[in-house]
Design a protein around this ligand. Structure first.
Ligand code: PHE
Length: 361
């Protein structure tokens, strides 16, 4: 019996110190396995006298019960610890953002986004989109717009001149504005027209608000009995929709363009309080576009009779109003192709371009 007591004590300590379920199983087999010491002791019972067998069997069964209970208890402790460790190792922080999938990683450039917004607004007013070439001839970019050679307005525009073309040495330029598409439209087919022209334009200029390539959107409406009220109505409607506020105030300021008469530059109100520019608030003014009634001379250059047809035109810097709407401070950064910049200022492609994402947020 002392031998059994010794073995039982050994087993208890092995069970108590087992650190893994495997080690515990090993300890169990050493007692209760086919070759375990308790199983061996049980086998020896048959050789005893009936009296001794009874006492001995009772003792062995007590030992067996105790050992089994200890094994069970230790097993529960180790199993709980294993679950605990696994939970710790597999913890998920549910507050972390989802990893981006490939199609969510790309961004729409603010210029593309703003072109989408502009076309959406004008499409709702019945305008369609027209386009023209970036490499333009002198006639479409200047002469037909009532800017003859030697006219001082040509110097206003820091033109990029290209090598002359053809036998007659036609002057070629990178278009300095989208207005030549007015000419192409009017010479391309009969009125009425109601078009907008988003596109690239070029001038030799470079600072925080100017880049040699930039974007404009031109507008042209030609019909019978079009007047300045239509111009004002369309541009007012546009500004409210684009800047997403009915509060935006507009100022039509007399101006000069050779291709419009009369001409007006349009300012919107803004505040610069605390160095932050806010559109539609405050009493400062910010110029956003040039406009006017199409000059009869331009209609004549394009083969239209000014007594029959009138209309208005406007031209607006797309990058400029993108900067205003989305608070982007430096125009040059638009064209740096810096992915960190695009990640910050760009738009998620699967978000449908809407007017509900701008200054109102
Ligand atoms: N083309 C002019 C510019 O680039 C803008 C403009 C367009 C003005 C149409 C009047 C009418 O500054």
């Amino acid at each position: 019996m002392t031998e059994i007591a010794r073995l039982a004590a050994e087993t208890e300590s092995a069970v108590a110190t087992a650190q893994t379920l495997d080690a515990l199983e090993e300890a169990r087999l050493a007692v209760l396995g086919k070759k375990g010491w308790l199983s061996a002791a049980m086998k020896e019972l048959g050789a005893l006298s009936p009296e001794d067998r009874k006492t001995r069997a009772t003792q062995l069964n007590e030992v067996k019960d105790r050992v089994t209970a200890s094994l069970e208890a230790r097993k529960t402790v180790l199993a709980d610890a294993a679950i605990e460790a696994r939970l710790k190792a597999e913890t998920l922080d549910m507050t972390l953002p989802l990893a981006e999938s490939a199609e969510q990683a790309g961004r729409i450039h603010p210029v593309s986004q703003v072109i989408d917004e502009i076309t959406e607004i004008f499409a709702a007013m019945g305008f369609s989109i027209a386009e023209g070439p970036d490499i333009e001839d002198d006639f479409h970019n200047f002469t037909a717009l009532n800017i003859p050679p030697e006219h001082p307005a040509r110097q206003m525009q820091d033109t990029f001149y290209l090598p002359k073309r053809g036998a007659d040495g036609e002057q070629i330029v990178l278009r300095t504005h989208t207005s030549p598409v007015q000419v192409r439209t009017m010479r391309g087919g009969p009125p009425p027209y109601r078009i907008i022209v988003p596109g690239r334009t070029y001038r030799s200029d470079y600072d925080m608000t100017h880049t040699p390539m930039f974007h404009q959107v031109e507008g042209l409406v030609i019909d019978r009995a079009i007047h300045m009220g239509h111009l004002k109505g369309v541009l007012t409607e546009f500004c409210k929709a684009f800047f997403e506020t009915d509060k935006v105030k507009m100022r039509f300021r007399p101006s000069y363009f050779p291709f419009t008469e009369p001409s007006a530059e349009v300012d919107i109100n803004c505040s610069r309080d605390g160095g932050v520019l806010r559109v539609g608030e405050g009493n400062d003014w910010l110029e956003i576009l040039g406009s006017g009634m199409v000059n009869p001379k331009v209609l004549e250059y394009c083969g239209l009779d000014p007594n029959e047809w009138q209309g208005f035109a406007f031209g607006m810097g797309i990058d400029r109003i993108a900067m205003l709407k989305y608070g982007i401070p430096d125009l040059r950064s638009f064209f740096d192709a810096d992915l960190r910049w695009l990640k910050h200022y760009g738009f998620v492609p699967l978000d449908i371009p809407t007017l509900g994402q701008g200054v109102a947020r």
